[in-house]
Design a protein around this ligand. Sequence first.
Ligand code: SAH
Length: 245
Amino acid sequence: MSGWVRVAGLGPGRDDLVTDEVRAVLIEATDVIGYIPYVRRVPPRDGLTLHATDNRVEVDRATHALELAAGGRRVVVVSSGDPGVFAMASALFEALENGPAEWLDTDIRILPGITAMLAAAARLGAPLGHDFCAINLSDNLKPWSLIETRLRLAAQAGFAMAFYNPRSNARPHQFSEALKILREECGPDRLISFARDVSKPTEQLRTVTLSEATPEMADMRTVIIVGNADTRRIGQHVYTPRQVV
Ligand code: SAH
């Protein structure tokens, strides 16, 4: 039997936010590969091998998936949210590029999921209702100076912004730097929302102004949304108008 690889997004956390397409492919799989907490979300069953690995070994994981598929296995690589957003889909193609030419014939499909910023935006209201960008604040795979440049230019261009991987124990100071840049570029009154564990029972949503924001409001389970100059509150909701006047 010929093998395949699917790179699937499990959504932000809640089971009913997993797409039917992803559910169906998990039923057909012989192997599931991914970061430990994401693999844990897949119920074990006979005939399914779960390969849970630690973080930061994305390309090893992807290579393993391609090896298994070459041997006829049906492999699902799981990511949280959407697999194309700071996640395993790009890692799979990196492994494909570095692997043997025969792998190019592998049956590969990427199955989308609801990414954290969109799940968070929906809970908050509509803060990403106009032009926006997404920035990964981790400097694991790019220099911090580039992150600073992108923050500054995105703010100057008037984008609302979503930040992934905002603050980890390994780099607690960088997010303070990011806040400083944002205050310089956007002023003290700009709205910033911290959305933690979106869609999970532990979900926390908090919207403050940049002058009130502190680094401790963010961790690696938080996605952050900074509004544009027009983003405002209406009752309990935060939204960005569609029109720029
Ligand atoms: N592929 C994922 C993102 C992986 S990067 C996606 O599309 O959502 C990991 C970062 O995603 C975390 O540091 C956090 O910023 C964000 N994130 C993922 N799930 C989240 C959730 N349920 N609530 C808040 N942020 C989340």
